[in-house]
Design a protein around this ligand. Structure first.
Ligand code: GLN
Length: 254
């Protein structure tokens, strides 16, 4: 997926804002510094490249994750938007579902967006079962804002994000129907339903923050991964996480 789904002649709003215009104006992403946290993007299907670029703009060493060795080598992970049924089936097929569930149980910071939020949910509001990663104590309804044609760009206030409303895209977006545990914080709502939630090391957003060029949620996630590393890593027993080196080359991001 790329920013090209945005209408090329999007009408200017009264404020002069055109959805996605900041992304279109972006130039090459910077090289990560040697001390950058290594953050993966699950790269089985969906909106991978845009997340890698956004992470890189926020100072992370962004890498694609397609197997268990790559998963073991990251300090944090984004589950991208795309199609949750497809990503879930591929997680099973590539033997990644259980390793991912184990790393989440060991407090790996994970940020799920759109389909990624669906995958992180403990429960779905649907009869048909589909593979879920789980861990986030919410019940989520897929496609709650309508079909592809009902997709929209908007700006929403998000708790924990300074500097005014966040510029985001809702694309066949889910929403949270029920919060199932007290430690789930709601950071934003649309039409009364939670669309950004945070539960300890898990962050989830119903929309796509990576296609607009407004990187503040990514920056917040990168900052939290960095802070966790400085505090001694993500191991549940308090010992520092030792991550193996990553030998695979990442995709070209410029
Ligand atoms: N509707 C998709 C699903 O159920 C999610 C859409 C998206 O990630 N943009 O998986």
């Amino acid at each position: 997926m790329s920013a090209s789904f945005l209408p090329s002649r999007a009408p200017r709003s009264a404020s002069g804002w055109i959805p996605g215009e900041r992304l279109a104006n972006r130039v090459a992403v910077p090289e990560p510094r040697p001390d950058a946290p290594r953050i993966g993007v699950l790269a089985l299907q969906g909106d991978v490249l845009e997340h890698l670029r956004a992470l890189r703009r926020c100072g992370a060493d962004a890498v694609a994750v397609r197997d268990a060795a790559q998963l073991a080598a990251v300090d944090g992970l984004i589950l991208p938007g795309g199609e949750s049924t497809t990503i879930g089936k591929l997680l099973v097929r590539f033997g990644l579902l259980e390793p991912l569930q184990r790393r989440i149980a060991q407090h790996l910071p994970v940020f799920g967006t759109c389909a990624g939020m669906i995958l992180l949910s403990d429960e779905l509001d649907q009869d048909t079962p589909q593979p879920l990663v789980g861990g986030l104590h919410v019940r989520t309804r897929r496609n709650a804002f309508g079909r592809q044609l009902d997709s929209f760009d908007t700006r929403i206030e998000v708790a924990g994000i300074d500097g005014g409303p966040l510029d985001v895209a809702f694309i066949r977006a889910p929403r949270i129907e029920a919060i199932l545990a007290e430690d789930v914080e709601v950071w934003a709502r649309v039409e009364g339903h939670p669309v950004v939630v945070r539960q300890g090391h898990l962050l989830a957003a119903a929309f796509h923050p990576e296609v607009t060029g407004d990187d503040r949620l990514h920056a917040r996630f990168v900052a939290e991964v960095r802070a966790g590393l400085q505090a001694g890593g993500a191991a549940p027993d308090g010992t520092a996480t030792v991550r193996p080196p990553l030998h695979t080359a990442g995709p070209e991001l410029t």
